[in-house]
Design a protein around this ligand. Structure first.
Ligand SMILES: Nc1ncnc2c1ncn2[C@@H]1O[C@H](COP(=O)(O)OP(=O)(O)OP(=O)(O)O)[C@@H](O)[C@H]1O
Ligand SMILES: O=P(O)(O)OC[C@H]1O[C@H](OP(=O)(O)OP(=O)(O)O)[C@H](O)[C@@H]1O
Ligand SMILES: O=C(O)c1cccnc1
Length: 480
């Protein structure tokens, strides 16, 4: 059995629907699904899209091998052997468009669009949402942390508390996309080329007769990366004075200590006092690292208290997105083939926010040429050209259509990029460094009011008149 084949990384109901379509002869009819989320996480003003690399690898490797076929046959006696034979030859042959990793995205706009035979478009829902929801969530959480510490070194320390191994490495990658500097996870370092960094644990100090002996031996063993954890016994009375002694001894050998790490107690007070002690000893180059259940709120608070912390190690709160552990991204059917053409489909709900927007859609970021800043995202029916041609555009609020404004002199930048066309990958996955650069450029498109951590301004996501009208028409039709 291979742990690496993710083809069955799907819910049973997908395979059952595939089977029922096959039984009814409808499995080859075309369908279009769109993935989006309805609410931004953490009360943030934006999210950062991530997960595409994993999705591309997943789609490229989809295949039902012998073990999977045997398992399905054993699981469900209804499955006809002919259906299983068809699965044996299954490959994804559809079209997939998506937002690029590192892009700033918002609620209620298409982030991934899958067009294909209902058979294949249905199968991939679960995995696509799994990858998009987790990685986008962690990238967004990490971005909030980056926003409060724009100039400091940020290290991702979460693996031991992550929801298992995949979450640890893809979470580390998501954090790196939005500007974390390093991860402690060596596998993420090796797989993705993320710089790896680390200090040492309390166990290192505890495994010696004295703290001093522990510090000296560590400095001798790894003279290029000496960051000593100073809080095992008494930070200010023992840890910091001993670290100063070791730093002085290193200087005698022409070497420089990197830093110390604080992992408990009042991090503002301890960092300020330790800073003064190192400066007093002529060691102002020694940096102070802090860790201990940090998140964007505590870091913001510590900075407001004048903490002298140069580098932050962030684990649990980031990798588990502890204050909101899931993003509610969904994958909705928006059009289906009927008599050889696509017809839009809608999902009605008593909750107006949950009524789906029918039809195959595109999304554009409307960027003012005068300011270089994004004015709104504009969701159109696919193939509508108004937005692209630069004429005066009416932007109106979906729930309150009487609230509107006009924009002129803008660029309309398409958000969805073709990734697969008829099953063939047409998008070259960018290097991680390129994704980081792209993310920084994306941030530059937005006024700071949309980016602030607390009570951000609401960025408009507007429907084109045609898309809105089609939605109203279908609501009317279904209410009859
Ligand atoms: N000056 C400060 N202002 C606000 N929060 C702080 C400050 N200093 C530390 N914190 C945070 O407060 C929390 C304190 O955690 P905790 O109760 O575990 O204390 P501790 O000192 O780490 O105790 P322990 O020795 O048991 O680890 C941590 O999340 C830490 O990051
Ligand atoms: O607090 P987090 O944001 O999750 O960051 C990771 C934590 O993991 C380590 O603690 P742990 O007690 O596991 O090991 P240690 O003995 O090395 O401190 C480290 O000292 C951090 O406190
Ligand atoms: O390198 C460190 O200091 C580290 C790594 C993982 C978790 N906690 C601390």
């Amino acid at each position: 059995m291979s742990y690496h084949n993710l083809t069955l990384h799907t819910d049973k109901y997908q395979i059952n629907m595939m089977y029922a379509h096959w039984v009814n002869g409808s499995h080859k009819s075309k369908a279009v699904f769109e993935a989006f989320f309805r609410k931004l996480p953490f009360g943030n003003g934006y999210a950062v899209f991530a997960g595409l690399e994993r999705i591309v690898n997943y789609i490229n490797n989809l295949h039902f091998d012998d073990d999977i076929i045997a398992y399905l046959a054993e699981q469900e006696e209804n499955y006809d052997p002919e259906f299983l034979k068809l699965l044996r030859d299954f490959r994804f042959n559809g079209n997939l468009s998506a937002v690029e990793e590192g892009a700033i995205v918002f609620a209620n706009e298409p982030l991934i669009r899958v067009e294909g035979e209902i058979f294949e478009a249905q199968l991939v829902e679960t995995a696509l949402l799994n990858f998009m929801n987790f990685q986008t969530l962690i990238a967004t959480k990490a971005s909030r942390i980056r926003q409060v510490a724009p100039d400091d070194i940020l290290m991702e320390f979460g693996t031991r508390r992550a929801q298992e191994a995949d979450a640890a490495i893809w979470g580390a990658r998501a954090a790196y996309i939005v500007g974390f500097d390093a991860t402690s996870n060596m596998r993420a370092g090796m797989l993705f080329g993320i710089p790896s960094k680390g200090t040492h644990a309390h166990a290192w100090v505890q495994s010696h007769d004295t703290e001093e002996q522990a510090f000296i031996r560590y400095a001798e063993a790894l003279p290029n990366q000496v960051t000593l954890l100073v809080d095992t016994y008494d930070t200010l009375r023992s840890g910091v004075p001993l670290a100063i002694k070791v730093a002085k001894a290193m200087e005698q050998q022409g070497k420089q200590m990197n830093g110390i790490r604080l992992d408990s107690g009042d991090l503002a007070y301890l960092s300020k006092t330790a800073r003064a002690m190192f400066d007093e000893a002529g060691l102002s180059y020694v940096k102070i690292v802090a860790s201990n259940d940090l998140d964007e709120h505590i870091i913001f608070n510590l900075k407001a208290q004048g903490a002298r912390i140069d580098s932050w190690g962030v684990g649990t709160q980031l990798i588990t997105a502890a204050d909101q552990p899931s993003l509610g991204g969904v994958y909705k059917l928006v059009a289906r083939e009927k008599d050889g053409a696509y017809v839009p489909v809608i999902k009605i709900s008593g909750n107006p926010e949950k009524v789906s927007t029918p039809g195959i859609k595109d999304a554009y970021r409307i960027v003012s040429r005068a300011t270089g800043k994004a004015e709104a995202d504009y969701v159109t029916l696919a193939g509508e050209t108004e937005a692209v041609q630069g004429q005066k555009l009416k932007l109106f609020d979906k729930l309150h259509p009487y609230l509107f404004k006009f924009v002129e002199d803008y660029d309309a930048i398409p958000l969805l990029r073709p990734i697969f066309v008829e099953g063939k990958q047409v998008y070259e996955l960018p290097a991680l460094e390129q994704i980081r650069r792209f993310h920084r450029e994306q941030l530059d498109l937005f006024w700071p009011e949309y980016l602030r951590k607390l009570n951000p301004a609401i960025y408009p996501i507007d429907l084109s008149v045609k898309a809105w009208q089609q939605k109203m028409d279908l609501i009317q039709e279904h209410s009859k």
